[in-house]
Design a protein around this ligand. Structure first.
Ligand code: EPZ
Length: 415
């Protein structure tokens, strides 16, 4: 079990370069299965989740090679259509291969993805979309099996703008005859990146980034070169690192539009944020931040993936702040750990009430999931004394070289 121990109280200063987006890379890797040619991805972060997806593609028969931040995927010889349970349980995003396999082979068998700390993570919206397209879906023995003998483009209305369901349906529809329209689609930037990738392969998709996406089915998809977008959640996490450590960080390799909700919230709290050509500078060296209220929403609202990190910051800002988590039913696992550090947080269902304090105490805590772990690192940067964070493998799933990046900003890492 890996752990990270760091001593708080030192303002982080300097420059950090954001890596490629985990949540853009994963669906694009799944979509690579639909190509009869070679796919070359650049800006791919070195993360455990990317390794798991690479293993899933190899099990299906694809060749996957990494050269630094380049991933070369050749799916010409893919023939299998089943993802084994141990892969599905390891990472929820492995369910994204289902849409790709149905699109290309009209057949797929994928085990239910493992739930995780933040919620049961059902697949009903994905399956409803596939059924709308004419795929027959059988759910038994923990597996979802789809067959498409007579599929045709249809209009699909999502009950909720699910990111994964939107991505999976786009992939299944891209090689389905006719026109598919997804209404109430998720609008996340990672979906726009996937649309751009698929269109370079020869797909005909329009509207990603809006709530209505139109997909005109084509016969085949070819090879392509594509650079993935920067990770907006990693960027947000380092913005909060500057704020909570009362430091001054220049964050480069960002897409400004993708982090507007974070910029707005931190400015509302009184932080100084300077927009530069290829990055932003977050100046956190004052102590009179204002408390703030946060309600997580689908993009372009405040991202649920930044909720835990912001709660850590709000715990250090005098006054009362309220956080409402509307996306996942169990995404307050970090609260109990922050309370061990002396944070004054009370939860009632999906609402958390934070009474910020001038200090937190370093102690032993445990990462329960990816973003909760990030929140604990942030709280440790502020706390008095040393904090030992156990199970940091959760954090390594989604933050590339986090240790080196923190050291580069002057964090006092003990081990
Ligand atoms: C993606 O997960 C992200 N993961 C998550 O990031 C992110 O938190 C989430 O979108 C919301 O933005 C990747 O992109 C790999 P959803 P996804 O389907 O697609 C419910 C991180 O930290 N739902 O939009 O699984 C679901 O239970 C991760 O990087 C259904 O009810 O999210 C949840 O309450 C965590 N039925 C809500 O919708 C379904 O069929 C949002 O889920 C699908 C989802």
């Amino acid at each position: 079990m890996n752990s990270l121990t760091l001593k708080g109280g030192r303002p982080l200063k300097g420059q950090v370069k954001i890596s490629g987006s985990k949540n853009a890379t994963l669906p694009i890797m799944a979509a690579s299965l639909m190509s009869s040619g070679e796919v070359i991805l650049s800006g791919v972060p070195e993360l455990e989740d990317i390794n798991v997806m690479s293993d899933a593609l190899r099990i299906l028969g694809a060749k996957v090679k990494r050269e630094a931040d380049i991933l070369i995927i050749d799916s010409a010889n893919v023939s299998a259509v089943e993802i084994p349970e141990h892969i599905s349980r390891k990472m929820r995003a492995s369910n994204l291969v289902m849409g790709a396999l149905l699109g290309r082979f009209k057949h797929a068998r994928v085990a239910y993805p493992g739930g995780c700390a933040i919620g049961i993570r059902p697949m009903d919206l994905h399956l409803k979309g596939f059924r709308n397209l004419g795929y027959e879906l059988i759910e038994e023995y923990g597996f979802m099996e789809g067959n498409g003998h007579s599929t045709i483009g249809k209009e699909i209305l999502l009950d909720f703008p699910s990111v994964g369901a939107t991505e999976n349906i786009i992939m299944a529809a891209a090689l389905t005859p006719g026109v598919t329209i997804i209404r109430n689609a998720a609008r996340e930037p990672e979906i726009v990146d996937m649309q751009n990738f698929l269109n370079r392969m020869g797909a005909k998709i329009r509207g990603a980034g809006l709530d209505t996406i139109c997909i005109e089915g084509v016969d085949r998809l070819g090879g392509v070169e594509h650079g993935v977008i920067p990770d907006r959640i990693e960027a947000g996490t380092f913005m909060v690192a500057a704020a909570i450590s009362r430091g001054d960080i220049y964050i480069e390799n960002i897409v400004l539009e993708h982090i507007l909700p974070l910029i707005a919230k931190l400015k509302e709290m009184g932080l100084e944020i300077l927009l530069c050509s290829s990055g932003i500078r977050v100046v956190g060296n004052n102590n009179n931040y204002r408390p703030a209220d946060i309600k997580t929403m689908p993009y372009p609202g405040f991202p649920t993936d930044m909720q835990a990190q912001m709660m850590a910051l709000l715990s250090t800002v005098r006054g009362t702040s309220i956080v409402v988590e509307t996306i996942f039913e169990n995404r307050f696992m970090h609260v109990q750990e922050l309370r061990r550090m002396g944070a004054d947080i009370k939860t009632e269902g999906k609402i958390a009430i934070i009474k910020g304090k001038n200090s937190l105490e370093g102690t032993n805590v445990e990462a329960t999931d990816l973003r909760a772990g990030a929140a604990l690192i942030l709280a440790a940067l502020f706390a008095d004394g040393e904090t030992r964070i156990a199970k940091i493998e959760h954090i390594n799933r989604g933050y590339e070289k986090i240790h080196q990046k923190l050291l580069g900003l002057g964090a006092d890492i003990i081990s």
